[in-house]
Design a protein around this ligand. Structure first.
Ligand SMILES: Nc1ncnc2c1ncn2[C@@H]1O[C@H](COP(=O)(O)OP(=O)(O)OP(=O)(O)O)[C@@H](O)[C@H]1O
Length: 579
């Protein structure tokens, strides 16, 4: 065991490390994370015994490092330093062999040669064993240095392996290879401490993570315990989103893009209007990236979605006369079309034909039925309607008084009646094309009182995904309702395909695709439905506590052992949260 007790390390009156304690057991990998200058390399040198703490103690296998003789220590611990400068033209094999020096007096044994060969092979450097080290690329040199360190403790299962940024120069394949190798060695008994800057690699390959901030231990625990937005912000001063990979159940950190305006720090380059550049950039991204959401770009730019559409496609949109009730009855002529609704967690695309709409009993909403799905539309909320013909195709789009998109009807190449679209576009084109002045505050939403949620959103999300997956696997009927400011889109059927890309989750029915690409921060509630004894409802709440999607499954599905486990887990979370 490695035991670090209250170590402080001071250089020229400055404390580089302050009161750091932790332990490492045999078979464990500990990743050391922290900003530049946090003290990681200083700590590694203390763990290695190269430097001695000003206060506190480091002991290995119950014995303080200072009590080991240099040769004894060299057989028990090996360290790959962050920088390994070498100016002499040694051959690769000679350098690797240096790692065995503590094990022989003048001539290496057959056993030493065997280890050198084996490690060079594992590190992928056998091919250039006889080349000069100085002729190697940065990544190749780093692997040679790693091999030198590994041969030192290769045959000692009680040893400590210290790696300070071992993958900083490696390509993706070798980053994986080297970290997988160290993890595999730890499973044979070695203790490994590894300094990494890639937090996602740390999550994948370490058992525990210790984060340092300004020479102090900020936090320590399993990846899932410590990799939280708050810790990452405190330690690295960056905004990041943390989600849980549903396959590995390990956290994944996604950084938010940092935008810098060159006008703010470089006066030597000619000045360009920052706002114009930003808008141009956003519009370009929006036009080229199918996953870019118009509402998000609009918020970024302080515009409404309608204003953004007008700026992006000034020539390609025409404002419609606001007789939307009549226009809705005409959509039946368009043939098969996509009907698309967006909300805060994703969007739903239904493929079908609009029926002639009927009014509900209280005359407030229109119900449009087609096959298995039903749209309940409150078209009194449609304030501005436009016809759009751009590179994405042809569509009718309807916006609320704040310029937020409520409803979109898009033509399907080859299936929709394009001539009828053109006819409607011309017939309903307004004489006044200046109706696009809308309020930019597009925060319209359906608010509901806050409900109990699971303590851990990531667990709730994986429970919910598990149940959706079971519904798919068991081929049971599941209904999905997308709730939006405009009304409700409901679809019922059997899931045909599930696409789980973590952040982006798609439930694909025969005529309907629900894409959830804004799952960050959603709350998930399992609701008891007193009136419906056959079904259970899972509600997804967007971050602003508005219900965004409801997923109903047959109760018999929940009795399936896998789902029952999920539900128990979910309820346990809920109880934990309410205590
Ligand atoms: N011998 C020294 N004398 C004075 N200051 C030192 C000495 N060694 C390190 N420092 C300072 O101590 C701090 C911690 O350095 P250290 O190399 O441990 O950081 P680190 O966390 O490994 O950083 P990086 O991620 O940049 O490698 C830094 O501010 C560094 O400048």
């Amino acid at each position: 065991m490695l035991r670090v007790e209250k170590i402080t390390y001071e250089v020229k009156g400055r404390k580089l490390l302050k009161d750091v304690s932790f332990q490492l057991r045999k078979g464990e990998v500990l990743a050391l994370l922290g900003a530049n200058g946090a003290g990681k390399s200083s700590l590694m040198r203390l763990l290695c015994g190269d430097t001695v703490p000003t206060e506190g103690q480091v002991s290995l296998m119950g014995k303080p490092l200072q009590q080991y003789s240099p040769i004894e220590l060299a057989k028990k611990r090996a360290m790959l330093a962050q920088h390994n400068n070498m100016s002499m033209a040694f051959k690769v094999r000679e350098i690797v062999q240096m790692g065995r020096y503590p094990h022989y007096r003048s001539v290496p044994s057959a056993h030493d040669h065997e280890i050198v060969d084996e490690v060079m092979d594992v590190c992928g450097i056998s091919n250039f064993a006889d080349r000069s080290y100085l002729s190697l690329s940065g990544g190749e040199q780093q692997r040679v240095q790693l091999a030198r360190v590994l041969v030192q403790i290769w045959d000692n299962p009680d040893s400590l392996l210290l790696l300070d940024e071992p993958v900083s120069a490696l390509d993706l394949q070798f980053q994986q290879q080297v970290l997988a190798l160290t993890k595999a060695l730890s499973r044979k008994g070695l203790m490994v401490v590894v300094v990494l800057h890639d937090i996602n690699l740390a999550a994948l390959y370490s058992d525990r993570i210790l984060m340092l901030k300004n020479g102090r231990k900020w936090c320590e625990g399993t990846p899932i315990e410590v990799m939280e937005k708050q810790n990452i912000y405190t330690v690295f001063s960056v905004q990041a989103d943390v989600s849980i990979d549903t396959k590995t159940l390990q956290p994944i950190v996604k950084l938010e893009e940092l935008f810098l305006d060159a006008d703010q720090f470089n006066t030597k380059l000619p000045h360009t209007a920052h706002a114009d550049k930003l808008i141009d950039g956003c519009i370009k991204d929006y036009k080229s990236d199918p996953f870019y959401r118009m509402d998000e770009v609009a918020v970024e730019m302080g515009l409404s979605e309608l204003q953004l559409l007008k700026m992006a496609y000034p020539q390609q949109i025409s404002v419609l006369i606001p007789d939307f009730g009549t226009l809705l009855t005409e959509f039946v002529k368009l043939g098969a079309v996509y009907s698309i609704v967006y909300n805060k967690v994703g969007y739903m695309e239904l493929k079908g034909m609009y029926s002639l709409p009927i009014r509900d009993q209280n005359q407030r909403t229109w119900i449009v039925q087609y096959g298995a799905y039903r749209m309940i539309l409150d078209i009194t909320k449609w304030k501005v309607g436009v016809a759009v013909c751009n590179e994405w195709g042809q569509s009718f789009q309807f916006f609320d008084e704040k310029g937020a998109l409520l409803h979109k009807v898009a033509l399907i190449e080859g299936s929709s009646n394009r001539a009828e679209f053109e006819a409607l576009r011309t017939r309903y084109k307004s004489l006044n094309q200046d109706m696009l002045q809308t309020n930019t505050d597009s925060s319209s939403s359906v608010s509901v009182p806050s409900l109990p949620v699971y303590g851990n959103r990531s667990i709730a999300l994986s429970v919910w995904k598990g149940i959706v997956a079971q519904s798919f696997a068991q081929k049971t009927t599941a209904s999905c309702s997308m709730i939006h400011a405009e009304g409700v889109y409901a679809y019922e059927g059997r899931i045909m395909i599930l696409v789980d890309q973590g952040e982006r989750y798609q439930i694909i029915y025969p005529d309907c695709t629900i894409t959830l690409d804004r799952l960050q921060g959603v709350k998930i509630v399992l609701e008891k439905n007193e009136t419906d004894t056959d079904a259970a409802t899972f509600s997804l709440y967007a971050v602003n506590d508005t219900v965004a999607l409801q997923f109903r499954v047959e109760k018999k599905l929940l009795a399936h052992p896998v789902c029952a486990d999920y539900v128990l887990e979910a309820q346990a979370e809920q109880i934990k949260n309410s205590i």
